[in-house]
Design a protein around this ligand. Structure first.
Ligand code: ADP
Length: 217
């Protein structure tokens, strides 16, 4: 069973732009997929629809057995919090919180008290066991992105979406982050879907999808 299935997905914006044009694709468990294509080809729109952050005009998104397009906002938000991880180019950590508090945040938002062992394991899994009490400005870009990855994984999501995760990093830290993503797939069976401009980043993936004009090429 695929973890994520996009079925005849179309997303038209109100300005008349068709950002996604009848896209169908399935993502299998424990695979790392890179989505590439020129600016404006629909990559972000695909990721946003697949992650339940945007709603397609038509078609279906089935994630972890749930039809996202059939859920109301409340149930969709709940599913996003528990089954979907997202990392961004700009890390999006909360600057006033320590690395440890950032990692525990999704659990707090889900109304749980973050389990200390779970949070420490998450930090250790991204190589930051000794950085838990640091705030984002005390960490390098690569370390901040690893905190963001630990945060995205703390709820054990079915799929991790990454939008240009190495876009703000120098090439050495970018490579470390890509190796980490690769290990998460190989060692922990994580499913990862990543948008990237970078050919070298795409080399770490199992599959590369190319988009052009809202379609898969
Ligand atoms: P990419 O991520 O490949 O750069 P996007 O998915 O951001 O592409 O955009 C695909 C197309 O949809 C582009 O033509 C873009 O201008 C348009 N688009 C994206 N977001 C919006 C929006 N909120 N409103 C109107 N048009 C949009």
């Amino acid at each position: 069973m695929p973890v994520v299935q996009l079925q005849e997905l179309t997303r038209q914006y109100r300005n008349g732009v068709t950002a996604l044009n009848n896209v169908s694709v399935a993502f299998e468990p424990a695979t790392f997929t890179a989505i590439m294509g020129p600016s404006g080809s629909g990559k972000s729109t695909l990721l946003q629809c697949a992650a339940g952050l945007d709603r397609p005009t038509s078609g279906r998104v089935v994630l972890d057995g749930h039809d996202l397009t059939a859920l109301n906002e409340r149930r969709l938000a709940k599913l996003r919090r528990s089954r979907i991880g997202f990392v961004f180019q700009g890390f999006n950590l909360l600057p006033a919180l320590t690395a440890r508090q950032n990692v525990g945040l999704p659990l707090r938002l889900a109304g749980k008290r973050p389990d200390k062992a779970t949070v420490e394991r998450g930090l250790a899994a991204v190589g930051l066991a000794d950085r838990g009490s640091h705030r984002p400005h005390e960490l390098s870009g690569g370390q901040q992105q690893r905190v963001a990855i630990a945060r995205a994984l703390v709820t054990a999501p079915a799929v991790l979406f990454a939008d240009e995760p190495t876009g703000a990093l120098d090439s050495a830290s970018g490579r470390d982050v890509l190796r980490l993503l690769r290990d998460l797939v190989d060692e922990h069976g994580q499913t990862i879907i990543m948008v990237t401009h970078d050919e070298t980043a795409a080399k770490h993936a199992d599959h590369v999808l190319h988009m052009a004009d809202g379609r898969l090429a």
